[in-house]
Structure formats: C-alpha cells, structure tokens
Design a binder for this molecule. Structure first.
Ligand SMILES: Nc1ncnc2c1ncn2[C@@H]1O[C@H](COP(=O)(O)OP(=O)(O)OP(=O)(O)O)[C@@H](O)[C@H]1O
Ligand SMILES: [Mg+2]
Length: 333
C-alpha cells in the first residue's frame, strides 16, 4: 500500500534534484519496475527522451485507488526503516520528480485487479480513466523539460542523451541478468535480452571475445554472498570502467576499500595501470550498508567492513589462484 511518509523520516532522507536528464527518468522508472518484481521490461525512447520515454513492466502493478498517490511527493509503498533498505527506491519522490518535469501517463493493473486504469498528469491537472489493460505498469513520459528551458538547454544532443540511456540500462541489466529486457531508441533496437545469466549479458553487451575470458565467481561465507564474473589475468583494460559492482542488487560506485581488495588480488598479475573487467553482485545484511548518502543513491558506505573485505579478498584470490596466468595479452579490440 502506498502511504505518505511521516515528516521525521522525510527530514532524514538525502533528497535533491533527481531529474536533470532523460537518463534520470529512465533510472527512476527502471528501478520502480525492478522493485515491483518485474521479469520482463520494455523501454522505448524518442528524440533522446525529450519527445517520449516509455517503460513498461510485468510487475506487481498499482491499484487504481493508489495511482494519484503514487505521483505525490514522499509517498511510497516501500520504506519502513532507513537502516534496513531492501528496495532500490525508498524516498517516494521518483514519480513526483518526473511529474514536475514532464507530462506523465501512468497505466497499471495489478494481476488480481479486473480492469486497468490510466492517470494522466500535467502540472496540477490529473485525469483518471478505467479501461482493460495487461497486468503490470506502463509509464509514458512526454514533453520532458518543455516548461523548464534551463534544464533543457543543459542537455547534450539527443543522440548523446540516448547513448547515456543505453549505458545506464546496460549497467542495470549486467546486475540483473535474469530479467528479460528490450530497449528501443528512436525506433532502433539497442538491447534485446531474453533473460539468462551473467555470461549471456556480458556476451550481449561486451561481445564474446571479452565474455569468453571472464571467469564465473560464486562464493558465500556466513551472511555474505558474492556472484558475478571477473576477467582472467590475460584480459585487462587501461580504465576501470568495466569493473562494476552492485551491493544488495543496487548498482553503486565502488566503496574505495572494496575496490582495493579486488585490485590487490590482481596486483602481481597485471601491468601497472591495467585493470580487470567484470561484474560483481555482493549481498550483505543491510546493517552493513549505508545507502542514504547521495540523492541518486549511487554512493554508499560500508559499515564494519573488515569481515566483508576479508571475504571478498579471499574469494577473488581463490578464483585467480585456480586460473593461473596463461600469457599477458592486451585487451582485444
Ligand atoms: N512500475 C511500478 N510497479 C508497481 N508499483 C510502482 C511502479 N512504479 C511506482 N510504483 C509505486 O509508486 C510508488 C511511488 O514511486 P516513486 O518512484 O515515486 O517512489 P519510490 O520508488 O517508493 O521511492 P524513490 O523516490 O526512492 O524512487 C512506489 O512506492 C510504488 O508503490
Ligand atoms: Mg522509485
């Protein structure tokens, strides 16, 4: 059930301007779909996202009585305890912030509800009508930043904004390989993934030459689990832009000590200035993770990290010891 958050909780949430680009809209909608347990997602973008963005999912849906509430500020069905966050969203302001910047058409049907409903919202005006609809949620965002020229002018060309969206969606898919996802930008299919494992997504997004040189990693110790792929020592890259981390399934920037733990395992194996590639999903009890530190939730802090760092170091070292260096090769182009 969607509720308004109590004022004392609102004060604690690290809020800020969330929507400054089309990719921000897609991130909020994609996170909502994943939180709703969607296993199939369709994303469409026109004019770099300025003309239209559509995200549809087969998740839990929103009951028709709650559609209005979903678009209000600080209304959420998710958060109960800031120290114990299990969902990507928790502030109750994603849809509200999109609504401030665009025209929104929200269509939804929870599987158990007979018919669907659509709420259209533009500035203060909303309109609700009922009609048949497939189970799940579809959000259509149009006229993004039409009445906000400052934000519109700060954008890059539509093609560049479109590329940012492809990059963002790829990032989420790498961490959620089980989700089937299709992304279409200006009529061109950019991602078509039928669902699968880390290896399938790595192959789709990075190509088979890279994917074939990634080692599957799966380790668990007490409450910690680490899953993903890491490159064999003969594959490396001069940047670390393809070494990706999700903590409790949230894509995040690396907390520095954790990054160092992974890099240390490669230290003797890679030339200076070269970095491994891979994608890691690390799951920890939520009391080890402070999420609420930046408005876009990408920066997090580990609490009492010692045991976590030990576990990750050992897992990565163990993986590399089992696959000794064959011959150092630069990354294939
Ligand atoms: N795709 C969806 N499927 C099901 N419910 C949804 C979907 N999108 C939004 N909702 C409902 O609308 C509520 C408000 O969404 P909104 O994105 O504004 O806030 P949030 O996800 O709770 O928090 P955050 O601001 O951190 O994203 C959600 O809590 C959820 O109940
Ligand atoms: Mg949200």
């Amino acid at each position: 059930m969607i509720r308004k958050l109590p004022p004392e909780l609102i004060r604690e949430i690290a809020a800020g301007e969330v929507i400054s680009s089309p990719a921000d809209v897609v991130r909020e909608l994609l996170e909502n779909a994943l939180d709703a347990g969607a296993t199939r997602l369709y994303i469409e973008l026109w004019g770099g996202g300025l003309d239209k963005i559509v995200v549809s999912d087969n998740g839990l849906g929103i009951p028709k009585e709650e559609l209005e509430l979903a678009l209000e500020h600080h209304t959420t069905s998710k958060l109960t305890d800031l120290q114990n966050i299990h969902t990507l969203g928790f502030r109750g302001e994603g849809l509200w912030a999109i609504r401030q910047a665009a025209q929104v058409r929200l269509t939804s049907r929870p599987p158990q509800q007979l018919g669907g409903a659509t709420l259209t919202a533009f500035q203060d005006k909303t309109e609700l009508y009922e009609h048949p609809a497939p189970a799940g949620t579809r959000v259509e965002v149009t006229a993004l930043f039409h009445h906000l020229p400052a934000r519109r002018n700060a954008l890059e060309a539509p093609a560049a904004e479109g590329r940012k969206v492809v990059h963002l969606v790829s990032r989420y898919l790498l961490h959620r390989p089980e989700v089937a996802l299709r992304l279409v930008v200006d009529g061109e299919e950019k991602i078509a993934h039928a669902g699968g494992g880390f290896a399938e997504v790595a192959k789709l997004l990075w190509g088979s030459v890279v994917a074939n040189r990634l080692l599957p990693l799966e380790a668990a110790e007490g409450p910690f689990t680490l899953r993903g792929l890491l490159s064999r020592p003969e594959l490396s890259r001069p940047r670390r832009d393809r070494l990706l981390l999700a903590l409790n399934r949230r894509p995040v920037e690396w907390p520095e000590p954790l990054l160092q733990a992974v890099l240390a395992a490669y230290k003797e194996l890679l030339p200076t200035g070269q970095f491994p590639l891979g994608v890691l999903n690390l799951d920890l009890p939520s009391e080890h993770l402070l999420i609420n530190t930046s408005p876009d939730k990408s920066r997090v802090r580990l609490i009492r990290p010692e045991a976590i760092l030990g576990f990750v170091s050992q897992a990565v070292q163990g993986l590399l010891a089992a696959h000794p260096l064959a011959r150092a090769l630069p990354e294939p182009t």
